[in-house]
Each structure stands twice: as C-alpha cells, then as structure tokens.
Design a protein around this ligand. Structure first.
Ligand code: MCA
Ligand code: AMP
Length: 519
C-alpha cells in the first residue's frame, strides 16, 4: 500500500547527495549555520522517536509556540512522520489566546519558548496536557536535550491521505477561533500541484523569510522547497536588506505584499541584483497594482500573485508561463489571482447559490483535494460552511473574467488583513466593549502604506464616562497579539447606523480612509 504520510513524500524528494546543504541560516544572531538533508532527516527522526517514547495516542495534537528556527521546522517534520497532528501558534499570541487554543485542541504535548515556560506550562497542565517542552531560537531548551537520547533512525508511520496532519486556527467573524483540520493528502496534493504549476527546477534555491506558524511560510514555501529537493536560505526574521543581498544566490522568493513594499524601499534592489532570480510569489493579502508595476520596473520581474486560505491551502495562481492551455492569455495579470489550480474547482455564485454570469461579482466557492476536512470539534460550523454539493464557502467575493482570471474584489466576512495577518474586528470589539465606560465600538480596516490595511477602533462612551483612547489601546495590547491592535482609536458621539440599526462600517471606513495615507 502507498504511504500518504507527507513527510515520506517530502523525504522521497530529498536529493541523492544527502550531505548537500538543505538549509543555510542567514542574518541576525542565528545566521551562518548549514544544515544538510541528512541533518533534517536525522534530527526529525530523533524528535519523532522522542514523541514515540511518550506513548501518545495516535492523532495527538502537538501545539507549538516557538520563535522561527530550523529546529522548529525539524519538529514540524517530526510530528508529521510520527503521525501526530501539528498545531502551530503565532508567537504574538498572549495568554488569553493560548488558553483558548490549548483548551480547545487539548494537545498531548506543548512546546514553547524557554522564556514563556512559566505561564504556558501553567495553562497547558491546567488543560490536561501531560508534556511541556521548551525550544529556543538558539537550540536551547528541554526538547532537543531530550531528543538527543533517541535514535536518529525512524520509519515514517503509515498514513492515509485523509489522516489529519495539521490544525491551523483561524479566527471567526463571530465567536472564537476555529481549528481548520488539514490532512496529509490536502497538503501533499497542493504541494505537488504547485511544484508543477510554478515550474520548480532542479537548481532552485528559495529565500525563506516568512513566519512558519501560518500556511504561507509553513506550507507554500517549505513544502515547495522540500518537495523539489531545493535548498533554502533561511531568515528567522524578515530583514529587507538581507533579502536583497541574497537575491544573486537564490531563484525563488515568497512574500506577503508588505514584504514587497519594504523591499522596494531598499536602494540596492535593482534589475542587476535580481537577475539570477526566477520567480517572485505574492499572496495572503491583495497586492496593490502600484506594487506590481513598481516591482516590474525596478527588477524586471513580474510578481506571480496567488490566492489561498488556511482551510484550502492554495486555490488559484497566476500562470508561471504562457502555456498551451491559456495560450497568449497566459500572462501574469496584476490585480488578479490567476486561474483555479489544476484539480481545484472554483465557482462564483449569487445569494441563491446559482453561478453568476462570466464577469459578474459573487461569492467564491471551491472544491478539490486541497479543501480541508472541517473545523476541529465544530461539526455544525463545518456543515454551515459547505454547500450540499461539497463546495467550501470561502467568504471572499470575486469575479472570473472571460479569459478565466479570478479577481478578489472584497470579502463577505468582516475581516482585516494587516501585513498578511488576519484580524477579526469582532474579537477586538468584544474586548473593547468590556472596558469600563465604553458603550459600544466598531473596528474597521483602512488603507496603510506599510501593512496594506490596518484597524481603526471607533467607540462611544456611556453617559458621564471619560475614556482615554490611548488607554484602550494599551489595555488591548495586554490581551491580544500585537498585530491585532488597532493603529488608532477614536471616540465619537455615536456610530452611524442604517434603518435596521446595523452599524454602517462602510461609512466609518470612508471617514478614516485617509488616516495613514503615505506622505
Ligand atoms: C507587526 N506589526 C504589525 C504587523 N506585524 N501590525 C499590523 N500588522 C502586522 N502584520 C506591528 C507590531 O505590533 C509592532 O507594533 C510593530 O509592528 C513591530 O513589530 P515586529 O514584529 O518587529 O514587526 P515586523 O517584524 O516588522 O513584522 C512585519 C511583518 C510581519 C514582517 C510584515 O507582520 C510578517 O511577517 N507578516 C507576514 C504574515 C504572514 O506570513 N501571513 C501569512 C498568513 P508595536 O511596536 O506597536 O507593538 S497565511 C495566509 O494568509 C493564507 C492562507 C495565504 O494565502 O497565504
Ligand atoms: P487565512 O485565514 O489566513 O487563511 O487567510 C485567508 C484569506 O486571505 C482569504 O480568504 C483571502 O481573503 C485572503 N487572501 C489570500 N491571498 C490573497 C490574495 N492574493 N489576494 C487577496 N486576498 C487574499
């Protein structure tokens, strides 16, 4: 029988020269290290054997909130090969957020930064987690110490395509976050499709500068390189100057739009500097046409924009090259997210779930081997998000033109995408509404030159109360991940409402649209 274990598939693509470089770290205090393919395989084997020694039930969740490091990547690979479920958590999450994720997912193992052991272990043990390990950016911590006693040989467990491999939490427009359950088959099929679609070549080298606790950095970038046996130039933290310096040694780069605008601010970014590059990919948030055009003028390269979600991995992509299927129309078009990826069906429907005519706007729905299994322990929520014929409702609003290009024109979900991170206004509003003196609040997204979009909190106060907007932001900072904090807070006499009594967020967006206009 075929083993669908994702690690087994990635491992099969490792190059014959096992001592060649798989990852080279660059920049900061942790640059200058070289890891071979053998290192990736052996270290992830030791970690998988450590997990095996804990005699965990199959499908145990391993929750991981650690700074980006190559060892964190090895831990991810170890969880896959051991047949458990990887649960990555953004390092910006605060205790209240972690308490929810750990309480909801009930992980058997939690791995955190050494500096956070005190509060994270308290939350984990209270939720019934048996094992808490630490892993630092500098290879410190109990995880590697314990793994060092284990064998560096390990056979990946036998997995079926629909066995759960990863849970990624995504916030919701109402209520709490939902854990999107992705199977080995979801991730593997997407990685294989992207490898072919983006024309990965034997001598490709990827610059990896994204966080590894979300789909873009963890799946699109890492799976992309590993399934092609391609080395990565690895930055624990995005540093524009370091990326520009690396361009002559690399061929592929992936980023959210903020990374591209920050790179454009580097004077050394030139056509000559980018001459060795083959492909620049953008996604996770809309790429402004200005950025697309400026990049083309400065580097001579056309950014390839693609579109995806945690629940679906990648859905659409602009073409890598004009091909027979799309003929002369196969160019990368700015302002679009390209074509549905092979094997992935996409349709645009009206409110009655009927496909709209070509070129008209509607709700985007998708179906394919990449679409997730459902939300962790939320069968009703899962059922709500699928149609009777098995299409997933993305919550994105868009159109498909007569040549088949998909454009995202908006979202039916109340969501702000800031620097590639999703921020759900409902979560922030409920925190603000609990604050003393606050009557009600609305958080809206407005354009921002660096982050694309940022939140602005607009609130009203109770009669006689005085609320200091700065204190509201400070109080939010103590409770929520830093990227969720609105960049401005304003107090107004009342919020605009329609005849149904619903807050008119579009009016607020217009009112504050110019707040962060570039000088
Ligand atoms: C940092 N800050 C932010 C953001 N990041 N504010 C709003 N939005 C953000 N994204 C704020 C911090 O709160 C802090 O504010 C100040 O900026 C500096 O923080 P620092 O961590 O030093 O920021 P940075 O290192 O400059 O980070 C910016 C970044 C980062 C490099 C753009 O946000 C990033 O790596 N974004 C990529 C996100 C990503 O990978 N998304 C993919 C999701 P203060 O000082 O006031 O506290 S996967 C996905 O969406 C799907 C499926 C897909 O299609 O890919
Ligand atoms: P996440 O919840 O982090 O998986 O974010 C998924 C959402 O990011 C999608 O539903 C889209 O709204 C948005 N997104 C991803 N890629 C793009 C893109 N290229 N253009 C516009 N929006 C995007």
């Amino acid at each position: 029988m075929n083993n669908h274990n994702l690690y087994a598939a990635l491992r099969a693509a490792f190059p014959v020269d096992f001592d060649a470089t798989a990852v080279e770290t660059v920049g900061g205090a942790h640059g200058g290290l070289r890891y071979s393919w053998r290192d990736l395989d052996r270290a992830s084997a030791m970690l998988a054997n450590l997990l095996g020694s804990l005699a965990l039930p199959a499908g145990s969740r391993i929750a991981v909130q650690v700074e980006k490091s190559v060892e964190a990547l090895m831990l991810y690979l170890a969880v896959l090969r051991a047949g458990h479920v990887f649960l990555p958590l953004n390092t910006a999450y605060q205790s209240g957020e972690i308490e929810y994720f750990v309480g909801n997912a009930e992980p058997a193992v939690v791995v955190c930064s050494p500096a956070n052991f005190g509060w994270v272990s308290k939350i984990a043990f209270k939720a019934g987690t048996r094992h808490v390990f630490t892993l630092g950016e500098d290879r410190s911590g109990s995880l590697l110490d314990r793994a060092a006693h284990h064998s560096d040989v390990h056979t990946p467990v036998q997995s079926r395509a629909d066995d759960l491999g990863v849970i990624i939490y995504t916030s919701g427009t109402t209520g709490r976050s939902k854990g999107a359950m992705l199977s080995h088959g979801n991730m593997l099929s997407n990685a294989q499709v992207l490898r072919a679609y983006w024309g990965w070549k034997p001598d490709d080298v990827l610059i990896h500068a994204l966080p590894i606790f979300h789909v873009h950095g963890l799946f699109v970038a890492i799976h992309g390189a590993l399934i092609n046996g391609s080395p990565m130039l690895w930055l624990n933290k995005f540093e524009p100057r370091a990326v520009v310096e690396l361009l002559p040694r690399a061929t592929v780069f992936m980023g959210v739009p903020t990374l591209y605008t920050r790179l454009l601010a580097e004077p050394d970014l030139t056509k000559q500097q980018a001459a060795h590059m083959r492909l620049f990919v953008s996604g996770s948030a809309p790429l402004l046409i200005e950025t697309f055009d400026e990049w083309q003028a400065r580097t001579g390269h056309t950014i390839l924009e693609r579109y995806g979600m945690s629940e679906t991995v990648m859905i659409t992509s602009n073409p890598y090259a004009p091909d027979a299927r799309h003929g002369a129309q196969g160019e990368r078009r700015g302002g679009t997210v390209g074509f549905p990826l092979p094997g992935n069906e996409l349709r645009v429907v009206d409110d009655a779930n009927r496909p709209v005519p070509v070129g008209e706007i509607g709700a985007i729905q998708v179906r394919g081997p990449n679409v997730f299994k459902g939300y962790w322990r939320m069968p009703e929520k899962t059922a709500e998000e699928f149609t009777a014929d098995g299409f997933f409702k993305t919550g994105d609003v868009g159109r498909v033109d007569e040549r088949g290009y998909v454009s995202i024109v908006g979202r039916s979900k109340d969501l702000i995408i800031s620097g590639g991170y999703n921020v759900y206004p409902a979560e922030i509003e409920s925190c603000i509404n609990e604050m003393p003196g606050v009557a009600e609040s609305a958080v809206v997204g407005v354009p921002h030159p660096d982050f694309g979009e940022v939140g602005v909190a607009v609130l009203t106060v109770r009669p006689g109360a005085v609320v200091d907007p700065e204190q509201v932001l400070a109080a939010l900072k103590a409770r929520l991940a830093n990227f969720k904090i609105p960049k401005r807070c304003v107090v107004v006499p009342e919020l605009p409402r329609n005849t149904m009594g619903k807050v008119q967020k579009n009016l607020l967006r217009n009112d504050y649209a110019g707040l962060f206009k570039a000088a």
